[in-house]
Design a protein around this ligand. Structure first.
Ligand code: 4AD
Length: 405
């Protein structure tokens, strides 16, 4: 039996029959809590003798590699592409096991919290006739011979659900973006956590939902996922996220002013680039002691056509982005709810109104003021754990170069 057991390759699946006991005195110094005295062993599925990834190397932290190198040991770093090419093995590292358990908890809390606030879960089509966010970043296809595309977001449909009399809706589903962005934070397919709701008095009601939702997600992870977070921390060390009980809200202009005072000039009616966002994140952390904040009242020119202009100054909008550690995880806004203004804004943004006529018409049957937001699930997990690449938080990532596995 011993000869048979030693001939088994690593990662083979075995059934073992034996007696579980406490380790003998001599073994107490080991990390083992219990031992199994094997009586019978069966091989259910033998793994190939040499795996494409060495799991011990794949589970090491950068600090371990550096220490080993200083000691003259030769260890092989497992590159990101190799990991993703052999994901079914790579997923077995303790950190990867923890990451997708955390992801599941975030998604679950998102549903649980919104259900407790009377939101209804819906599903909108992913095969649609045109772009929902504007721009060229759509995957085109033929739908029974007609030009169609994969949905860039549930945006237009979640708004139509509000027109349909649902006061509050949410959706968890895939979002497709054909952008050729080879960055650490863009995917071509990601999981969108979306919500849309009627607004009674002010679009800050949407920000209040985000505030309650994310504070509850952060608390849940910190209190109930300690083991997973420690496991991730061992391989990818990170500082715990700092957040306030009441989420900080700054206007876009205040953000620009903070950057200006710190020596970064931003075009006041333009958008923040990644570098400026990160810098603002650092400045906010220094001044207010939080990694999580909302920036609101963005200029009209940088928001999608469906965004409600500010009543006091239409050069700005009733919109916001939400950041973790200086990177965007959410964008949201009040939406235009009158068909005339919607058609006008779509035309101004270069959208052919005939392609979205059913959407625009939905607002002519009586539609309440409403607003909502969209969250990128992979980004939330990546930034909560301060991981350096979104591919680490997508089980089988789709980026401009990758369609398999
Ligand atoms: O900012 P986005 O494009 O906004 C919308 O889709 C709106 N319809 C949302 C709304 O309700 N107003 O996307 C929302 C979020 C971003 O904040 C980001 O977290 C994530 O989705 N996201 C991406 N995640 C991974 N890869 C990409 N290419 C992403 N693009 C956006």
């Amino acid at each position: 039996m011993v000869r048979f057991a030693t001939s088994l390759s690593k990662e083979s699946i075995v059934d073992v029959e034996g007696v579980v006991s406490l380790p003998k005195e001599t073994l107490k110094a080991t990390t083992q809590q219990v031992e199994v005295q094997v009586r019978k062993i069966y091989c259910i599925n033998r793994a190939i003798p040499t795996l494409p990834i060495n799991l011990e190397d794949a589970a090491r932290s950068e600090a371990e590699f550096e220490k080993a190198e200083q000691a003259g040991e030769k260890l092989v770093r497992v590159g990101q592409d190799t990991r993703l090419n052999y994901r079914a093995i790579d997923l077995r590292t303790p950190a990867n096991q923890a990451i997708f358990r955390i992801q599941c908890q975030v998604e679950n809390k998102f549903r649980e919290f919104l259900l407790s606030k009377d939101f209804v879960g819906i599903h909108t089509p992913k095969l649609i006739s045109g772009s929902s966010e504007g721009g060229a970043a759509v995957f085109k296809l033929l739908y029974n011979g007609q030009p169609a595309c994969l949905a860039q977001s549930p945006q237009l449909y979640k708004q139509m659900a509000i027109c349909g009399g649902y006061e509050r809706v949410f959706e968890v589903g895939p979002v497709f973006r054909a952008e050729n962005s080879n960055t650490h934070r863009h995917l071509c397919e990601f999981v969108g956590l979306d919500a849309e709701m009627e607004i009674k008095e002010h679009y800050f009601e949407v920000c209040d939902i985000i505030d309650g939702l994310f504070v509850s997600i952060f608390k849940h992870l910190t209190e109930n996922c300690k083991k997973e977070l420690e496991t991730i921390n061992r391989q990818y060390p990170f500082e715990p996220l700092q957040y306030l009980e009441k989420t900080l809200k700054l206007t876009y202009e205040e953000g620009i002013q903070m950057l200006k005072e710190a020596g970064t000039e931003i075009e006041p009616m333009g958008d923040l680039n990644t570098e400026a966002e990160k810098k603002l994140g650092r400045l906010v952390k220094e001044k207010y002691g939080t990694d999580f904040f909302i920036l609101y009242r963005y200029p009209l020119a940088v928001r999608p056509f469906y965004t409600m202009p500010c009543y006091d100054n239409p050069a700005y909008t009733n919109s916001f982005d939400v950041f973790i550690r200086g990177e965007e995880i959410i964008s949201g806004a009040q939406r235009i709810h009158t068909p005339e203004l919607l058609a006008k804004r779509a035309t101004e943004c270069g959208i052919d109104v005939s392609t979205i006529s059913a959407y625009i018409e939905s607002f002519s049957y009586g539609a309440p003021p409403h607003g909502g937001f969209g969250v990128g699930l992979e980004r939330v997990v990546m930034l909560f754990c301060a991981l350096n690449n979104i591919r680490k938080t997508s089980m089988f990532p789709r980026d401009p170069q990758r369609l398999v596995p």
